[in-house]
Design a protein. Structure first.
Length: 202
């Protein structure tokens, strides 16, 4: 393993966790930073600097930016993105260690998938709960927070890797707790709706 192991672990954690929130923005920002020479990406992530990859990521990031501001449509988008965010987080985390021991690659892939799943499920649960409110402003505010979180996390991984690992660890615990509470809340909402609209028994 290289001497900057902490930086690599922090980058893998950041990429995995942030992918659960905004995979396409992660691809765009990471590849763009590498292409512009702002950071030196590990060999396994050099493909992100390809102009075609950057263009595709940019288009998808723009679509996600807009869709994520629209109540109900954001939850549909989140459901569809389950198919790509979690595998994407795994692939990006593994790519950080792509040139090293296969054990590190496998561990990074598993942790990347777990971190992406954690943030993705929490995000989807929060947005689904917020969608029970008729006003759109809370949705937009939460979406903007997500937009700002991704570049902040990626910057922290390169500038202050130890701080990033602490932040991600705390975020994982908070998101897991939030998800459990919101799942109970949403089950209660669904149950009330079923009772309200189910035919009354004589």
């Amino acid at each position: 393993m290289p001497s900057d192991t902490t930086h690599l672990i922090a980058l893998a954690a950041a990429l995995g966790w942030a992918s659960g929130l905004r995979l396409w923005a992660v691809l765009l920002l990471t590849g763009g930073a590498g292409a512009l020479g702002w950071i030196t990406l590990p060999p396994g992530l050099h493909v992100l600097e390809n102009p075609l990859v950057l263009t595709a990521a940019g288009v998808m990031a723009a679509v996600e930016f807009l869709v994520d501001k629209i109540p109900a449509l954001d939850s549909i988008w989140d459901a569809l993105q389950t198919l790509v965010r979690i595998p994407g987080g795994a692939a990006l985390a593994a790519g950080v260690f792509g040139g090293d021991d296969a054990t590190w690659v496998a561990v990074a892939a598993v942790l990347g998938a777990a971190l992406a799943a954690n943030s993705h499920v929490a995000k989807a649960s929060v947005r689904a709960a917020v969608n029970t409110s008729p006003e759109p402003f809370s949705n937009i505010a939460l979406s903007l927070i997500g937009d700002a979180t991704v570049p902040a996390v990626l910057w922290l991984a390169t500038a202050h890797p130890v701080a990033l690992l602490v932040v991600v660890a705390i975020a994982v615990l908070l998101m897991a707790t939030t998800t459990l509470l919101l799942v109970r809340f949403l089950r209660g909402v669904v149950g009330r709706l079923r009772r309200r609209f189910s035919p009354s028994t004589p």
